[in-house]
Design a protein around this ligand. Structure first.
Ligand code: C2E
Ligand code: CA
Ligand code: CA
Length: 620
């Protein structure tokens, strides 16, 4: 410290020092920060050795406690670099105590071993110690500093009050949250309760409308739970309910919630079970079946091994057959369905809507049979010739057929959809791909080099297309059958675009780089065909048969659409295939339009592999 340079104690200079100290008080809401700034400024301006703040223990200006216990603790210090902190704090604070803690606005001057201290009370907070080693600072000035300390004390008090208020607000918020939690949770199982269910169901019903999707409620009631309660006592019953709750929670898909309505009644809200009713039926049925399986495992409670089965009522919302799509009605429907499950013999599920029940059972049966169809060799392929303008067969589309001893022949329109909603479609698709390639190989070896026949087309399902290793797998199959990529064409519909157009484009590019060509099938039925067409690496489109069949009798608008598609394809250098040509008139119309190829009952119906080979060998 530059002791040589002395502070000028004339009033003008000292007023400037006071002003600087006042400014250093600031308006921070951080007590430590504010005091630290002030202490440093004081050391600087007043040429102190060091300065210290002591706070009362449990300092809390809002309670009486502050007055009752005047014990202090050291809080902060600032020092001049050449005068480290003294070791006499205790001594000094003892003198402060002797000063009396009600002398808050007072000043004391204390000397300890040749060092002078000014001690200022900081209202009800504590006190501040300023240590001087030089004698130039007139003791009379101690009183002049008092108003500054008073201001500092006020600022500190409001700062503390603000932080206290903030703390209070935070505790209130935490409390509020925990009250809210308690009001929405079942105390036994810790699952959300009926109140939470009502609220979330209400929200999810709104979501299904907003996002154009379906949700489902599964109402789960344990069979004969009362017997367990009556025979083994309520505490065993309670433990069982907790274990059931755990199991139900474990089985729930991410985003789906389990609630306990009371007693032995639980509900699931299944969010987004699909965009179509049939998809929704399938998903909620799958969940219900999974729950039945999960509950079939015995539950251990203490020394008991208990078997509990559920009866599950399923309802899908929004229910398009009724206006009753509010939360109360949805719950009522699920409850009604649950009673149906009980009367069906328990340990089963039932849909509220009888038609859904039929459709669900039909699906179950179909799915069950279809699962075995491949091994039982019930699937086979037919091939429908594709012709050019002169009627020459240039290609054939492979179409899957299923003939089951119990069900008879099932149309692909009836089973492809179901297979697509389960993983079965992958098995079916693999089978189709292999069989069609084997047939393409056979054709190749049976036909002359001069043949007009060029390729077999294979319908690709969206699930198949989305498989990560779709393209490498395809190449592997081609290689295994000793085929070149020109021997086949893939057909897929716009449905493959729905989820992720970028992924789809990337995969199309991957196909093209392996020289595997494809056709966009059912063109015109997707909802945004034209808007994305220019983005896709497509060379050939197949105009959907719904625009074509019975063309002569169709509306003017239909003709306009087809003409527009053909004209657009021409401008974009796309080839057009017309499917569903059933009459000579239709055929003539499209021949006149210069389309690339045609397909339909007018030319050929789908035939067996041998039928096609025979036809082709005659054509040659
Ligand atoms: P698609 O790909 O549009 O197949 C053409 C459908 O139109 C076939 O019905 C075919 O028999 C029918 N068809 C052909 N010519 C005419 C005609 O002149 N008039 C009429 N009204 N219909 C005609 P199919 O075989 O019942 O197949 C229905 C759908 O099932 C197919 O529509 C396709 O989406 C799907 N599908 C069939 N086989 C497979 C397959 O192996 N894999 C996949 N993923 N889907 C397949
Ligand atoms: Ca097709
Ligand atoms: Ca088609």
């Amino acid at each position: 410290m530059q002791t040589a340079e002395k502070i000028q104690y004339n009033p003008a200079v000292f007023t400037a020092v006071l002003n600087k100290l006042l400014l250093a008080i600031g308006t921070s809401d951080n007590l430590e920060e504010m005091l630290q700034t002030f202490l440093c400024e004081s050391v600087d301006q007043l040429r102190l050795n060091n300065a210290h703040v002591y706070l009362m223990n449990n300092v809390d200006p809002t309670t009486e406690q502050a007055h009752a216990s005047p014990a202090y603790h050291h809080y902060l210090s600032a020092e001049d670099s050449e005068h480290p902190l003294p070791h006499s704090h205790d001594q000094v604070s003892a003198s402060m105590n002797s000063l009396g803690h009600d002398s808050e606005r007072s000043v004391a001057v204390v000397r300890v071993g040749g060092v002078r201290y000014f001690i200022y009370g900081l209202e009800q907070l504590g006190f501040m110690l300023l240590e001087f080693s030089h004698n130039e600072f007139p003791e009379a000035m101690a009183n002049v500093l008092a108003p500054v300390m008073y201001r500092l004390a006020l600022a500190c008090t409001s700062c503390l009050k603000i932080s206290q208020l903030e703390k209070q607000i935070n505790t209130n918020k935490t409390l509020e949250k925990s009250y809210e939690e308690q009001a929405n949770r079942d105390p036994l199982t810790k699952l959300p309760n009926r109140r939470a269910f009502r609220y979330n169901l209400y929200q999810e019903i709104a979501n299904t409308r907003r996002y154009d999707r379906y949700g489902a409620v599964l109402y789960i009631d344990l069979d004969h739970f009362k017997n367990i309660n009556d025979s083994l006592g309520h505490s065993v019953g309670d433990m069982l309910l907790t274990k059931v709750a755990d199991r139900l929670t474990k089985e729930s898909r991410a985003g789906d919630d389990v609630y306990r309505l009371g007693g032995d009644e639980f509900v699931y809200i299944l969010r987004n079970v699909g965009n179509t009713e049939s998809f929704a039926i399938n998903t909620s049925q799958a969940v219900a079946r999974r729950l039945l399986d999960a509950m079939a495992e015995p539950i251990h409670v203490g020394d008991y091994t208990l078997h509990v089965t559920p009866s599950i009522g399923v309802t899908i919302f929004p229910d398009t057959n009724t206006d009753e799509n509010d939360g109360e009605s949805v719950l009522k429907h699920a409850d009604t369905a649950m009673y149906k499950a009980k009367s069906d013999g328990r340990n089963t599920f039932a849909f509220y809507d009888p038609e859904m029940q039929v459709s669900a059972s039909k699906r179950l049966i179909l799915e069950d049979y279809l699962r075995k169809a491949i091994n039982n060799e019930e699937l086979f392929l037919e091939y429908q010739p594709v012709v050019d303008a002169s009627g020459q067969i240039i290609a054939a589309e492979s179409l899957v057929r299923w003939s089951n001893p119990a069900l008879g022949s099932v149309s692909p329109d009836d089973f492809i959809g179901i297979a697509e909603e389960t993983n079965l479609m992958l098995d079916v698709s693999n089978w189709v791909l292999n069989t069609a390639c084997a047939f393409a190989r056979e054709l190749k070896s049976r036909l002359n080099d001069s043949t007009m026949f060029r390729y077999v087309t294979i319908n690709i399902s969206p699930k198949q297309f989305k498989q990560q290793n779709f393209v490498p797998k395809l190449r592997e199959v081609l290689k295994r059958h000793n085929l070149s990529s020109n021997d086949i064409r893939l057909e897929f519909t716009e449905n493959i675009l729905i989820d992720n157009i970028d992924d789809t484009i990337a995969k199309m590019e991957e196909l093209l780089s392996s020289n595997i060509k494809f056709i966009l099938d059912d063109f015109g039925t997707g909802y945004s065909s034209l808007s994305y067409l220019h983005k896709l690496p497509i060379r050939t489109i197949k105009i959907d048969k719904s625009f074509v069949t019975g063309f002569k009798y169709k509306s003017y608008a239909n003709k306009a659409i087809v003409d527009a598609i053909i004209a657009m394809a021409d401008r974009m250098d796309l080839r057009c295939i017309i499917e569903g040509v059933e009459t000579k008139d239709d055929a003539d119309y499209f021949i006149g339009k210069n389309v690339f190829a045609m397909q339909g009952y007018y030319y050929y119906r789908p035939l067996s592999g041998n039928g096609l080979i025979e036809l082709l060998t005659h054509q040659e």
